[in-house]
Design a protein. Structure first.
Length: 67
């Protein structure tokens, strides 16, 4: 699952921004640059059901996980 798909499954850019109490523009950047590892770890703890299938895990390729 890429960053776009994960953000969409969480309710979209604005919803994810509210979740982390950050600007929606920051989450929009994640769509292009990937979700930062620390944020991704938080999402895994908050929503393990989204990561239950290893094939659905965000990739480290473009728009996956930021270093």
């Amino acid at each position: 699952m890429d960053a776009n798909h994960l953000i969409d499954r969480l309710g979209g850019t604005n919803k994810v921004a509210q979740l982390f109490e950050i600007a929606p523009a920051s989450v929009s950047g994640w769509r292009r640059e990937g979700i930062p590892k620390a944020r991704l770890q938080t999402l895994k703890l908050m929503h393990p059901e989204l990561f239950a299938n290893p094939a659905d895990a965000p990739s480290t390729s473009s728009a996956g996980v930021a270093a």
